[in-house]
Write a protein that binds this ligand. Structure first.
Ligand SMILES: Nc1ncnc2c1ncn2[C@@H]1O[C@H](COP(=O)(O)OP(=O)(O)OP(=O)(O)O)[C@@H](O)[C@H]1O
Length: 294
């Protein structure tokens, strides 16, 4: 497990990361989201030791993270740093050997990985001749070299076509299912919602929400859509109702936390027909907008 505790990073007088704490647990995909400049890349760079932390702790498996630990972390940096003139296979083999793999092992694993990522036919192409999306796939392969014990991926899905997104999502799920903690940043909230076990939301250097997708969606007061066929002004008077938006065919109602919605439904039924009574669960995009709005 990777644990960040009260992590801080300043650039001059600007505090880019402020008291950031969260965990990335084994066997779980953790999505890292936040607006531009929120501090995600800076946090990931501190995890990888590319940037020094100005405060706080980073622990790996319960002990302060070391350079040796970090050599076993797979990292996809924001700045994509491969060599444009080299072929895909030769530079990935080179990187694999740097990570301590024998040439034969590395070649076998790489050919498998390139096949998975739809790059098998491009293995002898120079990186600069590939489309941006394919260059991105090579970067992903580079992060997955060896047997990483943790994956830290800065926007691995950006620039990928829908098929590549699906392949990448499957791959990350496989790594997580094998017990590897996976942290990735993304601005694609629908994807994050579909894929992630845990989420961390950052805004202006701080963590503003974290938890499972379900916890985040249900953290607010429960809301229900009531369809009765007529404006339900009466809903505002039911005990436990904290807000009601009256609609032509009913109302959208907010209840105080831990209120039994049965009282509202019973009152609706006492007054006449009820065509629908549905919980309104916010999407992760709704939660994100609420948490990151100034
Ligand atoms: N090397 C640097 N020197 C000065 N300021 C920096 C540096 N790196 C990052 N920052 C600042 O730190 C803040 C956090 O930036 P960071 O790149 O971590 O955000 P981010 O959440 O990854 O954003 P994005 O989603 O746009 O990639 C920003 O205000 C940025 O301008």
């Amino acid at each position: 497990m990777l644990e960040l505790e009260e992590l801080v990073r300043d650039f001059g007088s600007h505090r880019a990361v402020s008291q950031v704490s969260f965990r990335v647990s084994g066997g779980r995909l953790t999505g890292f989201v936040g607006s531009n400049g929120a501090g995600k890349t800076t946090t990931m760079r501190m995890i990888m030791g590319v940037l020094a932390a100005h405060g706080g702790d980073i622990r790996w498996e319960g002990a302060p993270v070391t350079a040796a630990d970090r050599r076993n972390f797979g990292y996809m940096p924001e700045e994509r740093g491969l060599y444009p003139k080299q072929t895909v296979l030769s530079q990935l083999l080179y990187l694999a050997r740097l990570r301590g793999q024998s040439t034969a092992d590395a070649r076998r694993h790489l050919l498998e990985l390139l096949e998975r990522l739809g790059l098998a036919e491009k293995s002898q192409s120079r990186l600069e001749s590939l489309s941006l999306g394919n260059q991105q796939r090579v970067q992903i392969a580079a992060a997955l070299l060896g047997s990483p014990e943790l994956l830290v991926l800065d926007e691995p899905f950006s620039g990928l076509d829908p098929h590549a997104v699906d392949t990448m999502a499957e791959l990350l799920r496989e790594y997580a299912d094998a017990g590897i903690p996976v942290l990735f940043s993304s601005h694609q909230l629908d994807l994050v919602e579909r894929l992630c076990d845990d989420l961390v939301i950052m805004a202006t250097g701080c963590v503003v929400a974290k938890g499972t997708a379900d916890e985040l969606r249900h953290r607010d007061k429960p809301r229900y859509q009531l369809v009765t066929g007529a404006p339900a002004h009466w809903a505002r008077t039911v005990p436990g109702v904290t807000d009601a938006e009256v609609l032509p065919d009913g109302a959208r109602v907010e209840l105080a936390a831990d209120t039994d919605p049965g009282a509202l439904l019973a009152e609706a039924l006492r007054r006449g027909a009820v065509y629908a009574f549905t919980p309104l669960v916010p999407s992760i995009a709704d939660v994100y907008r609420e948490m990151t709005s100034a």
